[in-house]
Ligand binder design. Structure first.
Ligand code: SAH
Ligand code: SF4
Length: 347
């Protein structure tokens, strides 16, 4: 395959590949799938996602659970609900958990997460791996959570362009691009396996911005990436913004971004995000066919999932978890791949 030859992934080359469409794009994405298969085998790694809390003190202009959205009914999962969801996941074969929440910095929240981490690690095997995704915190909090049992941390930078970052966040110190970069450094220094990423198709984002996002991921030398299309939420300030790409175009771009990333950083874990399934029925499957090797299934009890609405996902079958899982698994089998619960990664 010609794309398996070394390509110099400079900005110009990245932009060129992001613009591929039609046959050319399909051939390019297939080479990313081939490379993934060569390095990871024919497995798609599964993660159990637990949406721990939808309280959030931030006001990101794109997100449905932002602090100012008073239409959201807020919750923290009781600890026994978290542990039940973990037990169910373990029984189904999962060994990797992702615990996600809004950004909260209260002492209670910090201690609760620490307590949950310790309980998971003592109640279940030490081999269980836990990724946290609870936003920006101070060095001490990240350190405490690491010592309590967290292995990985996912903090997307959302956009590497500080001006675009500014456009999609309030202009205050609570939403500061440099602080986000600092947090990513803290996480690395503490010894987390760090993940980051961005949204694709943010209003007024250019392909050059996306190329810079990819170059930043490379520079940060991330261990894993979570990226996905921007999806509108009606209760947010940027809902209905001018110049939002069509869903079809956001899909094409996201798939090309995934394929470039696989070829640029062959050994990292790349998730096919749930948001892909919102903009296309088979979005996550197409993500896997473009080089992604990880999918997360939502193991949060259904009544809480409805309250954890980052974007409008009414078209998404995720609400019917078993059907969604089943459909994806069928497609994955069609390309001779399998769901894998507990294999460690190649790196
Ligand atoms: N509060 C934490 C984790 C929860 S949000 C944090 O912000 O890091 C997790 C991710 O959801 C964010 O990083 C963002 O990229 C994504 N997200 C939020 N709103 C979205 C939207 N409208 N469309 C697509 N992705 C969205
Ligand atoms: Fe809060 Fe994260 Fe949503 Fe921003 S993206 S409002 S930090 S949950």
């Amino acid at each position: 395959m010609k794309y398996l030859k070394k390509i110099d992934w400079n900005k110009k080359n990245i932009v060129k590949h992001l613009m591929f469409r039609g046959e050319q794009a399909l051939e390019f994405r297939e080479s990313a799938l081939k490379l993934k298969q060569e390095l990871f085998g024919k497995g798609v790694y599964l993660r159990a996602l637990i949406e721990y809390s939808n309280y959030c003190y931030k006001d990101c202009y794109y997100c449905g659970i932002r602090h100012s959205n008073s239409n959201v009914e807020r919750y923290d999962l009781p600890v026994d609900v978290v542990l039940d969801a973990c037990q169910k996941s373990i029984d189904q074969g999962y060994r990797f958990f992702v615990i996600q929440s809004g950004e909260i910095k209260t002492r209670k929240f910090i201690n609760d997460i620490s307590f949950i981490l310790k309980r998971i690690k003592t109640k279940f095997s030490k081999d269980v791996k836990i990724t946290l995704s609870c936003g920006e915190q101070c060095f001490e909090t990240y350190k405490l959570w690491k010592e309590s049992g967290a292995d990985r941390y996912l903090l997307r930078f959302e956009s590497s362009n500080p001006e675009l970052f500014r456009k999609i966040h309030p202009a205050d110190l609570n939403h500061d691009f440099r602080q986000r970069m600092r947090c990513l450094e803290f996480l690395k220094d503490i010894g987390y396996q760090v993940g980051s990423g961005m949204m694709v198709g943010i209003p007024s984002q250019t392909v050059e911005d996306l190329a810079d996002d990819l170059l930043l991921l490379k520079k940060l030398n991330v261990y894993m990436v979570g990226l996905g299309p921007y999806v509108e939420h009606k209760d947010t300030p940027i809902f209905g913004a001018n110049g939002v790409l069509s869903k079809a175009e956001r899909l094409e771009l996201t798939l090309n971004v995934l394929a470039v990333l696989r070829l640029m950083m062959p050994k990292i874990n790349i998730a096919a995000s749930t948001a892909l399934d919102v903009i296309s029925d088979t979005g996550r499957f197409k993500g896997i066919c473009s080089g992604a090797n990880v999918v997360m299934f939502n193991q949060t009890p259904a009544k809480y999932q409805e309250m954890y609405s980052l974007y409008n996902r009414k078209d998404c079958l995720e609400n019917n978890v078993s059907e969604n899982r089943h459909a994806l698994e069928k497609n994955v089998k069609r390309i001779n791949e399998n769901f894998v619960y507990c294999t460690e990664e190649v790196v």
